[in-house]
Design a protein around this ligand. Structure first.
Ligand SMILES: [Zn+2]
Length: 132
């Protein structure tokens, strides 16, 4: 049976209503032992929970690190994408004349292919001539 401990001003000490009034002086000791056993059991449960939290915490740390890596890779990819887009638009806007039935992309592609097929000896000579 659980102790009901209260402070008595008459005797100026703590006394247990449950056991001392029943003349059961060992009762408090048994009660205290039961309480200790109960506390030990609860402590065990809490320790197990704490271990689970430790595991979870480590998983959170791993996830946080991989999240950081992913963000870094994402930022890197975004930068490369922006640079590729910038270069692509530079090529597209180099096409000044709009051709019917062709997108700027198709016109640019045709120009590049034509330049490649004909050989760029003339163009190189022209550019080299401008440089001097
Ligand atoms: Zn008691």
């Amino acid at each position: 049976m659980k102790c009901e401990v209260r402070f008595s001003m008459a005797t100026y000490r703590w006394r247990c209503d449950t056991h001392e009034e029943m003349g059961d002086e060992d009762g408090c000791l048994v009660g205290a032992r039961e309480e200790i056993a109960d506390l030990r059991q609860r402590l065990g449960i809490l320790e197990n929970r704490l271990k689970n939290y430790d595991t979870l915490f480590e998983e959170v740390l791993v996830l946080r690190n991989s999240d950081r890596d992913i963000r870094r890779q994402n930022a890197d990819l975004r930068k490369r994408l922006e640079e590729a887009e910038r270069q692509y638009h530079e090529l597209l806007f180099a096409v000044e004349t709009k051709h019917d039935g062709e997108t700027r992309h198709e016109t640019a592609l045709r120009y590049v292919r034509q330049g490649e097929y004909k050989g760029d000896g003339v163009a190189c000579a022209t550019l080299a001539g401008k440089g001097e």
